[in-house]
Design a protein around this ligand. Structure first.
Ligand SMILES: Cc1cc2nc3c(=O)[nH]c(=O)nc-3n(C[C@H](O)[C@H](O)[C@H](O)COP(=O)(O)OP(=O)(O)OC[C@H]3O[C@@H](n4cnc5c(N)ncnc54)[C@H](O)[C@@H]3O)c2cc1C
Length: 407
């Protein structure tokens, strides 16, 4: 079982592994030692001796050691993540912390993901170079929160050991939270990646964003620009498979535009106007049409028109009532593998008729449009209305960082 053991000789963290192995984080020195040296190293048998001392009066023997390493735990964050947006730092090169939260590699991966799609967008001529400035501001603030969390987490463990009842309460959703339970839950958010929330900038809409349409961020939406897209299960219309909507578009550098189309009987005209607006020559969508659009294979499911956008349409209707050729305008219907029925019950919104709409906080009749960045974070949410308003709003949003402007 995963646990931490403290004794007067130091501490050990125990993490069960595959094939009946166990990983032990064994303290061999402390910064409070008189002869403290952060570069201190130790042989395998010295580390084992340390473990034996800490575990007294219990004993431990090894059948074999799969791997061992000695490392200092240090917190650090580099002042800059980039030099003039030409040289970039990511991973352990710019932030280190204790391995307790298991976040080092996770954070390094997310640094790489955040940077990779932005470099692609700039180098392919889609985005302005200033988009790259958001790498440092977004990822450095995540590392700062992680270091702050890491400090509090380590302090909680070293000051007072949680009682077994508190550990139980934290994992069973006990309503009365104390400091330990709160921090434990925060740890889960970090470990799952859901704790990351980027601040407002040209990508993550806020009332200070240059796109000022009143259709932005409709009342009631539960989506937050800068946070991960909310999970939802829906039925893919063409093959009746129930799928996780948030996993449908691969990480391929495309913005994912989720058109929650509401009830087709109510929103038909708005959906048609939206589709017409997208096809208009001055729209953000048409501006980045693939040069080889006439030769694209019939089997291309994610990027038939543009390498920078994938359109997904979710109708608040039962699958059996949806007829793509009748209910979905051509430009959206071309993405036939991305047309979905919002007809899967969800216990988080038990009374909703269209659970995915409800989970997003969008009107189940009128819908709404959600722009999700290529890395899965919400960029902006807009109402779906009749006329050109919705596409105009998105034109303004994309004008804030695209190389082309659309007003
Ligand atoms: C014991 C331990 C347990 C951990 N457990 C977890 C965990 O459970 N979950 C988690 O998310 N993270 C964990 N981490 C943290 C994780 O391993 C690191 O955060 C992650 O490896 C950082 O990746 P990186 O690519 O930034 O750096 P590194 O993995 O250090 O990669 C840098 C690479 O650059 C190479 N290099 C260095 N200098 C040069 C040079 N001059 N020229 C060419 N190559 C060079 C190095 O050899 C190395 O291969 C753990 C770390 C430790 C020490």
């Amino acid at each position: 079982m995963k646990c931490t053991i403290h004794s007067e000789h130091g501490s050990i963290m125990v993490i069960p592994r595959e094939d009946s192995m166990v990983r032990l984080y064994i303290q061999i020195a402390s910064s409070t030692d008189a002869d403290w040296n952060p570069k201190k190293t130790a042989t395998e048998s010295q580390v084992q001796e340390s473990a034996k001392r800490i575990l007294q009066p219990y004993s431990i023997e090894w059948e074999r050691v799969e791997w061992y390493s000695v490392y200092p735990i240090g917190q650090g964050i580099s002042e800059r993540y980039t030099l003039d947006q030409r040289v970039f730092l990511g991973g352990d090169a710019c932030h280190t912390h204790s391995p307790k939260a298991g976040q080092g590699m996770n954070t390094a991966f997310l640094d790489a993901l955040n940077l990779a799609w932005k470099i692609h967008a700039v180098e392919s001529g889609f985005a302005d170079r200033h988009l790259l400035e958001t790498y440092e501001s977004e990822r450095k603030s995540v590392a700062e929160s992680l270091l702050d969390f890491d400090n509090r987490y380590a302090k909680l463990f070293s000051e007072r050991q949680p009682a077994a009842s508190e550990v139980q309460a934290a994992s069973s959703g006990e309503p009365h939270e104390n400091e330990f339970i709160k921090t434990f839950k925060e740890a889960c958010e970090f470990t799952s990646g859901y704790g990351v929330a980027y601040g407002a900038n040209c990508l993550n809409w806020s009332p200070n964003h240059p796109a000022q349409s009143p259709l932005m961020h409709p009342k009631g939406t539960k989506l937050r620009p800068g946070s991960i897209f909310i999970n939802a299960d829906v039925t893919r219309v063409v093959d009746a498979n129930v799928i996780h909507l948030e996993q449908e578009v691969p990480l391929n550098g495309s913005f994912r535009i989720f058109i929650f189309a509401g009830n087709p009987c109510v929103s038909r005209q708005a959906l048609l106007d939206f589709a017409n607006g997208l096809s208009g020559a001055r729209s953000f969508y048409a501006a980045y049409t693939r040069p080889d659009v006439d030769k694209v294979s019939h089997h291309e499911i994610h990027n038939p028109h543009s390498l920078f956008f994938t359109l997904c349409t979710v109708l608040a209707s039962k699958r059996s009532r949806i007829e793509i050729s009748r209910d979905v305008p051509d430009v959206l219907a071309r993405y036939r593998d991305h047309v979905y029925a919002d007809d899967i019950w969800d216990r988080r919104v038990p009374n909703a008729k269209a659970a995915a709409h409800a989970k997003m906080g969008l009107d189940e009749e009128k819908g709404g449009v959600v722009v999700v960045r290529p890395d899965g974070y919400v960029g902006v949410v807009a109402s779906l209305v009749e006329g050109s308003g919705t596409v105009d709003a998105l034109n303004d949003y994309f004008s804030a960082f695209c190389a082309k402007k659309f007003s």
